[in-house]
Design a protein around this ligand. Structure first.
Ligand code: SF4
Length: 86
């Protein structure tokens, strides 16, 4: 999940700089999203039980697009072996 540098707080956006890293000059990623297994640094809780985002109001655009019940949500849950939410 990559997003524009302009979503970073130091570049006028909202994503805290300490929670993401540069992929190239214009593209950034949340820490942990290029690891195996993937786990965003902003995620709290246990996947499949109860989770939360510690920067929810500040999260980058790709996170806004992953709406509960969307196709992207179904695919993300399927990758983790979790059932669809509806
Ligand atoms: S919604 Fe929050 S925890 Fe989930 S990927 Fe985005 S920043 Fe990370």
């Amino acid at each position: 999940m990559e997003f524009s540098v302009y979503e970073m707080d130091f570049a006028g956006g909202t994503v805290p700089a300490g929670m993401a890293h540069e992929v190239n000059g214009n593209t950034w990623r949340m820490h942990g999203t290029d690891a195996v297994p993937i786990r965003c640094t902003a995620l709290t809780g246990a996947v499949g039980e109860k989770v939360g985002c510690t920067i929810y109001p500040l999260r980058p655009a790709p996170c806004h697009e992953l709406v509960e019940g969307s196709e992207a949500c179904h695919k993300a849950r399927a990758k983790l072996g979790l059932p669809s939410l509806g």
